[in-house]
Design a protein around this ligand. Sequence first.
Ligand code: X2X
Length: 357
Amino acid sequence: MKKIVALFLAAVLLCALAAPSLAAYKDEYKLDIVPSLTTAWGMGATYFADLVKERSDGKINIKVYPGSQLTTGKQTNAFLLVRNGTIDFAVQSSINYSPQLVELNLFALPFFIANQPHPYKALDAIKNGKAGQMIIKAIEDKGVKFLAFGENGFRELTNSKKAIKTPEDLEGMKIRVVGSPLFLDTFRALGANPVNMNWSDTMAAIQQGVVDGQENPISTFYPVKMHDYHKYVTDWHYVVDPTLYVVNPDVWKSFSAEDQKMIQAAAEEAGKYMVALARISLDDGSALAYLQKINQVPEITDWHKTLKDAGMEVTTLTPEQTKAFADKTAPVLKEWRSKIGEDLVKAAEEDMASVGK
Ligand code: X2X
């Protein structure tokens, strides 16, 4: 009898202990993204939310808010809002976090990763290497829990005026850029006239001809019908934008250890899916093969063809043509190396060198 009473009391105690953490689960967790749900970014965020919902039997409900709704359009405030808990989760661009985390400018150093013999492999080596660890530490030291890398993609140039093949072609062109002053420095070095603008204001500025051009990953163009306004694409791969799956640390602590493990795995899986979507038709075929393997091949599997069919003229720069742009921006690269931190840039160079020729 005594044993039964003791067991009963232990059970009551356990329930009492478990109750606050269960009660702490919210009905909805808000997840912030900048573009629409139809982009690789949006699809990568939705995939994560769906996995978590399914694997928690509906207990953890993450809602994706597209179009920078949660930052009232100010995408570069996203890091601060995840840190203070206004936003629970985010899949955010390294560019949008760079005003608070100077280290994240690493990926936006002009022609730094792009100039490697295998840019995608070089990027992966950074993410999985010493530089990646340093970046994750910088994010977490500043008060946001990192879960996984995704990918927005290498960034290409579009404009309404002419095919851009040399830095001279960019002379005086008004180009919309986002985020860090590094982008202003890069475009000024190329003789252009860059303007900082949120993505939520960009399409209107493009439609009204307030700007002549913009730069973004190729998978972003079709969903916003960029082809209706910009005829010219220059595929120059000048910088890359990996995205980051992150969560507010208090929200993270409120999850049981088992749920944390499940959410972590879901973010990693969704990150891989997003990377593949961002690379489809732009890599050596690995992205498509992965999406086939997980049975998630998207409707569009060839970006250049899709954009050409929509009327865009795609210029892919030769290595010599790329060099002219890289030479012009070399002083910016040099200046920003020290702003970002020589240690981090050197670690990234070592990571990239491990890939080989
Ligand atoms: O604003 C942009 O250009 C975008 C959508 O790519 C980012 O959020 C960095």
